[in-house]
Design a protein around this ligand. Structure first.
Ligand SMILES: Cc1cc2nc3c(=O)[nH]c(=O)nc-3n(C[C@H](O)[C@H](O)[C@H](O)COP(=O)(O)OP(=O)(O)OC[C@H]3O[C@@H](n4cnc5c(N)ncnc54)[C@H](O)[C@@H]3O)c2cc1C
Length: 511
């Protein structure tokens, strides 16, 4: 497994992604501003793109990031830039009509073009490369689905055609060629957005978690410990806004897995390739430190539900079935959010004071959707009309039929709200915990989230997620406590890593 030395960008898990090889240096920016036009919470692709757009427009912007730039999913992405999304245009049409599907396709294209524009304008050296994409079907049912996808793509003007020659070792029945896809190195990209943002007068505060906001007379005052920041507008570019809000019930958190492997031969594809299995797989090639790596990803499951180690094992089996794997250089997982009706939520947060915005529910497509959200949010802050504001509005009233995922996800959230409040007898004892593992145990009638450190030391926490009271599960791969309800994630010491909770898991002191 690869080991990087020196100053690396941090990430919300113990496993290292290849993007952390970027030469990360902490940003230094100071400001004497009393009140900002906008405070952006979170420095992933959404936050930094929004910050740059607003600063370019002459606004005074401050970005507060709880950890370091790219710490969230942007540091654990697989960095495909696509002309299509996980919500197919056929699904988009069934939920939002033909116009809705067209707007969705246009938004994806505009997000893609914004990334390309930034790379060209700022001369960003981030391994940007355009590739041909392929999507293939292995069963008759998938052939039918592929055809629906194809027809809906043609309708919204996204180039696609059937193709027999696909650079995949997998036996398939039918495949689409999708010209004009791309890939890049997300952290190299963010580092230059950050530098430009600061050069234009923007302020970035890393290691600054925003834990509260008070609003009065159109002014918002955010606090991070002792520090307070006053701003006219606040944007939660946190992937999921904190606290219990409408998004807690409209977005389902998922984990997704990626391996970056070296091959014994030279069969690295010069393409981005996707199957239609459920959960699905994709492959692409990325050169890191002058060595080609095959990125194989997928095997997604709802956060806190399946065994992450098994997901990695299955992905590795898949990789070894189709490729001559010499070594596994990286393996990592990260989190994304599936929106209830298939479209992201971008704009004013319902039931919050005016001027508090967010962008969430990007599914596995946040490079394009995070970028276009940045444009929508920047326009909203500046009072400029944006053609995507309405369709992506978090306040939209959308009938949920046509998007079956929602029913499944919401049933599951409701189940955990109820089931986690009943004690389930736990027969395991602390002694059975191996070093480096964790488990929710029932001891003397109380549930405890217990982690046994590599040195054998025990860290006991309340397993009750501080967000909505569900019981966390241990993620053995990333060594984190993950909440199955809304995707809150905590370190083994209980501190918040990511997701909607803002408070640490309570430490149990008597152990
Ligand atoms: C394995 C995987 C592969 C993916 N592959 C692709 C792909 O190929 N193409 C694609 O388009 N999309 C992909 N996605 C989705 C995409 O990576 C995400 O949608 C995108 O990175 C989200 O970016 P973001 O800036 O909105 O959020 P994040 O990158 O998660 O950034 C949010 C930031 O907010 C900070 N934060 C949170 N709370 C606070 C607080 N209270 N105070 C201060 N800061 C805070 C966090 O530390 C974090 O840095 C993938 C997702 C996964 C999980």
């Amino acid at each position: 497994m690869h080991e990087t030395t020196g100053n690396i960008a941090k990430r919300d898990g113990a496993l290292e992604s290849p993007w952390q090889t970027a030469a990360y240096t902490a940003a230094t920016s100071t400001s004497t501003q009393q009140t900002y036009d906008c405070l952006i919470v979170g420095a992933g692709i959404t936050g930094l793109t929004t910050g740059l757009l607003l600063q370019q427009a002459g606004k005074n912007v401050i970005i507060a990031e709880a950890h370091t730039l790219g710490f969230g999913t942007t540091g654990g992405t697989s960095a495909h830039i696509n002309t299509f999304a996980d919500t197919t245009f056929a699904e988009a049409e069934s939920a939002f009509g033909e116009d809705g599907a067209q707007l969705f396709a246009d938004a994806i294209r505009d997000g893609f073009n914004l990334i390309k524009h930034n790379i060209n304008e700022l001369g960003i050296d981030c391994d940007y490369a355009e590739k041909t994409g392929y999507l293939y079907a292995e069963t008759d049912e998938q052939v039918k689905l592929l055809h629906e996808i194809y027809q809906a793509m043609l309708k919204v003007g996204v180039p696609a055609h059937y193709q027999h020659n696909v650079p995949t070792p997998v036996a398939f029945k039918k495949a689409l060629e999708l010209p004009g896809q791309a890939q890049f190195h997300p952290i190299e990209y963010l580092l230059v957005l950050r530098d430009e943002f600061i050069a234009l007068g923007g302020t970035l505060l890393e290691n600054t978690p925003i834990d509260n906001i008070e609003s009065n007379d159109g002014l918002h005052v955010a606090s991070s410990g002792e520090r307070s920041i006053a701003a006219q507008n606040i944007i939660y570019a946190t992937h999921m806004p904190p606290g219990i809000n409408v998004f807690s019930f409209r977005c389902a958190p998922y984990r997704s897995y990626v391996l970056a492997v070296k091959l014994t031969d030279d069969t690295y594809p010069d393409a981005v390739i996707y199957d239609l299995q459920d959960p699905y797989h994709y492959v692409r090639t990325h050169v890191i430190d002058e060595e080609p790596l095959l990125l194989i990803g997928g095997n997604d499951h709802k956060t806190g539900h399946d065994d992450p180690e098994k997901a990695f094992d299955d992905l590795e089996k898949y990789a070894r079935t189709y490729y001559n794997v010499a070594s596994i250089e990286y393996r990592w997982s990260s989190q994304y959010y599936i929106p209830a009706d298939g479209f992201p939520y971008v704009g004013q947060i319902p039931f919050m004071p005016d001027g508090i915005f967010t962008a969430t529910g990007f599914n596995g497509n946040g490079m394009m959707l995070g970028s276009i959200s940045a444009k929508i949010l920047a326009d909203q802050v500046m009072g400029i009309e944006n053609r995507y504001s309405k369709i992506f509005s978090p306040s939209r009233l959308k009938p949920i039929d046509g998007f079956t995922e929602l029913v499944k996800e919401n049933a599951d959230v409701a189940y955990h709200f109820v089931a986690d409040r009943f004690g389930i007898p736990e027969t395991d004892s602390l002694k059975q915990l191996a070093p480096g593992t964790g488990k929710v145990l029932e001891l003397n009638g109380s549930k405890l989230a217990v982690y046994c450190g590599e040195d054998g030391g025990i860290q006991a926490l309340s397993p009750v997620c501080t967000h909505a009271g569900c019981i966390v599960n241990f993620n053995a791969a990333e060594k984190t406590w993950d909440c199955p309800c809304h995707g809150g994630r905590f370190n083994t010491d209980g501190s918040v890593i990511t997701g909607p909770p803002t408070k640490a898991l309570q430490t149990i002191k008597y152990i």
